[in-house]
Design a protein around this ligand. Structure first.
Ligand SMILES: Nc1ncnc2c1ncn2[C@@H]1O[C@H](COP(=O)(O)OP(=O)(O)OP(=O)(O)O)[C@@H](O)[C@H]1O
Ligand SMILES: [Mg+2]
Length: 313
């Protein structure tokens, strides 16, 4: 349905988007995840025809952005980053203005308005000036303007950024509802955000795609591992030999942290719990176990591994 091919965007000498390729199928809910400055907004601006690519192409159905940008805009609803609104307008006036810009027939406006007001929970605030609304409500107005022309594709750039935790939950629920009937692309630099809503996640870093898979796939690629940290008074050489006694584990590191005391990190596939075997080995050696701490690798770690520079942490 949506196809990005070898997409490049340069701002002067800076390559913000560097040969990006991906496709989005109808009905998919895609999370577009990356740290600050990764190129998310730039990509979404090209997709919504606000910026033209330096190289490459974007295809939506059988339309392409060079020849059919106006038709493509009609298919897309877009909530830009920082949700620019005319805050001195009332919600009604603003949505009326957007409806006109979207060339919605004035006879249909009443019905259209009723529909978006209901969907976005704007009932109580319709005649209030936008500047008097809370950030959560402003975001609802932003979503209402994005769906007013009933687009089949909805693109939301950091839709929950700057909201308080309650507002985040509310807007997330609203987005989930909207995702039931639309193809949805949501950008974020916060993993939990896309994890909660999306079926698929693309991770972008420095303008390049570094991962693309279902949310479950991305998790299981790394979440399959358990990291066990042990503080133990032991003999270093024998400690390293633990791998000969407890099978299917690997010693990630051993660090001397005091008199005969070592911090060691052991890794293994999470399918089998190895803690008892490891403890038994320690007991057999007559060592003293000071601490044992288990950690499952989360999607957060996957994200960090993919986007944090070697040696930066
Ligand atoms: N108009 C512009 N002129 C010059 N450089 C720009 C412009 N817009 C963005 N950039 C740069 O391009 C890179 C990508 O920016 P972009 O806004 O696409 O990132 P992002 O992933 O959306 O980041 P954030 O999470 O901060 O919103 C950054 O290095 C940014 O500084
Ligand atoms: Mg951005």
């Amino acid at each position: 349905m949506i196809k990005l091919e070898n997409l490049v965007k340069d701002y002067g000498n800076l390559r913000a988007v560097d040969h990006i390729n991906f496709q989005v199928e109808e009905g998919e809910i895609l999370g577009f995840l990356g740290p600050n400055g990764a190129g998310k907004s730039t990509t979404l601006k090209m997709l919504t025809s606000y910026l033209s690519p330096t190289e490459g192409n974007i295809q939506v159905d059988d339309l392409n952005i060079f020849d059919n940008s106006i038709e493509i805009r009609k298919l897309i609803g877009y909530l830009p980053e920082h949700n620019p609104l005319y805050t001195e307008m009332t919600v009604y006036d603003y949505l009326h203005f957007i409806a006109e810009a979207r060339e919605i027939d004035s006879k249909k406006f009443k019905k259209v308005l009723k529909n978006v007001v209901e969907k976005c929970g704007l009932n109580g605030v319709i005649s209030k000036p936008i500047q008097t609304l809370s950030k959560g409500y402003r975001q609802r107005v932003g979503l209402a303007q994005a769906i007013i022309h009933d687009p089949k594709i909805l693109i939301l750039d950091e839709p929950t950024s700057g909201l308080d935790p309650n507002q985040i939950v509310e807007i997330r629920e609203l987005i989930k509802e909207l995702g039931k009937e639309k193809t949805l692309i949501i950008s974020s630099h916060i993993l939990q955000e896309v994890q909660a809503v999306c079926d698929r996640i693309i991770i972008i870093n420095k303008g390049k795609i570094v991962a693309d898979g279902s949310t479950e796939e991305l998790k299981s690629n790394l979440q399959g591992k358990t990291k066990l940290t042990l503080d133990v008074i032991a003999d270093e050489d024998s400690l390293a030999k633990i791998v000969d006694y407890v099978h299917n584990i690997s010693v990630h590191s051993i660090k001397n942290i005091g008199e005969k005391t070592f911090k060691t990190i052991i890794e293994y596939d999470s399918v089998i719990d190895k803690r008892a075997e490891i403890y038994n080995y320690i007991k057999k050696q007559d060592w003293t176990l000071l601490e044992m701490h288990r950690e499952n690798v989360s999607l957060e770690d996957v994200f960090r591994n993919l986007t944090v520079e070697e040696g930066a942490n």
